[in-house]
Design a protein around this ligand. Sequence first.
Ligand SMILES: *[C@@H]1O[C@H](CO)[C@@H](O)[C@H](O)[C@H]1NC(C)=O
Ligand SMILES: *[C@@H]1O[C@H](CO)[C@@H](O)[C@H](O)[C@H]1NC(C)=O
Ligand SMILES: *[C@@H]1O[C@H](CO)[C@@H](O)[C@H](O)[C@H]1NC(C)=O
Ligand SMILES: [Zn+2]
Length: 333
Amino acid sequence: MIMMSFPLKLFLSLTILATELGAFQTNGSHGWAGLNSRANLRPREVQRGRCTEVDPTTIERYERQFSLDRAHGLSSTFPNLQERTPDSPTRRAGLTKRQTLQNPIDVWFHVISADTTPENGNVPLLQVIDQIDALNLGFGPPGLRFALRNVTRTVNADWFNNGGPGTSQQDAMKASLRQGGPAVLNIYSVNFSGTWSSLLGYSTFPQTYASAPTDDGIVIHFASLPGGPLASYNQGKTGVHETGHWVGLYHTFQGSCFDPGDYVADTQPEATPSEGCMEGRATCVVGDVLEGEVDPIHNYMDYSPDACMYEFTPGQADRARMQLMFYRGIAYH
Ligand SMILES: *[C@@H]1O[C@H](CO)[C@@H](O)[C@H](O)[C@H]1NC(C)=O
Ligand SMILES: *[C@@H]1O[C@H](CO)[C@@H](O)[C@H](O)[C@H]1NC(C)=O
Ligand SMILES: *[C@@H]1O[C@H](CO)[C@@H](O)[C@H](O)[C@H]1NC(C)=O
Ligand SMILES: [Zn+2]
């Protein structure tokens, strides 16, 4: 009901629009000098469509390219990687033991707000830090770590309310604020209104970095940060889910019940996004549900409420590792 009734099909725009920035009042960056007390906001219950979806044709195209890149040890982001370094993706992809990141992934967090109050999006620094903690908790088992490098604060009501997927506001916001290369995670916190008013967040994929570097990053609802006012969706799991896309993961319900689904072997297929937290839900099973056949409602890449989603599978960790090596140049050891 959340997802299916809502026009959320997203055809990722690879074009960065040249947008007039002068009309916006921007407050620039204030480094670490954010507010330092948690917003004390009243939660409200909202049914949310978590995220956007990419059309299957686009995903097939990404996956064809990914197979080719793996076969040739090349990537769109690093066409010369194999020649430049003996530690090429091909060689590193051969490693099989459990691996963790050598260095944490740098995070730039861009707080967008309608004014300077926490109620209107200017989230306190402690909530930003709690969001990074949620990332580290979620991505601990897959072996990823994140470190907050900087926080920028921008007052811009138009970006704040209208920065949905594919909008000129999004393009202007990212063109003005994005920092770093393919290995740096840029997070933007905004509000979503109008067409996107039930959205919690959206993200780009590693493979699109080469053709649209400025677009790279995740955009999340400011009220979804840990302790935020979105009841049931305020443990920072939206940030974890969107970062899941940023490291190359698809939704667990991608491709419905059919192979190749989400291109991860050990996530159970699922016909539709989860709704609520229905233990034993088994949308792809005809007849008796056997052990291990239930929907992956606890997976971060499904649509369950925050308290219900808390795991990635080893297969998702492997996929993320490959995607990060090939398209973000992020080294494991
Ligand atoms: C910009 O930020 C500074 C420092 O946080 C604050 O004092 C000022 O009121 C802000 N200006 C606007 C227009 O939001
Ligand atoms: C954060 O970014 C701003 C704007 O680019 C910069 O002025 C500031 O020095 C940075 N702070 C840190 C701690 O890197
Ligand atoms: C965010 O957008 C929603 C939906 O349009 C709106 O009801 C709400 O007032 C906005 N929140 C803020 C803080 O502006
Ligand atoms: Zn998603």
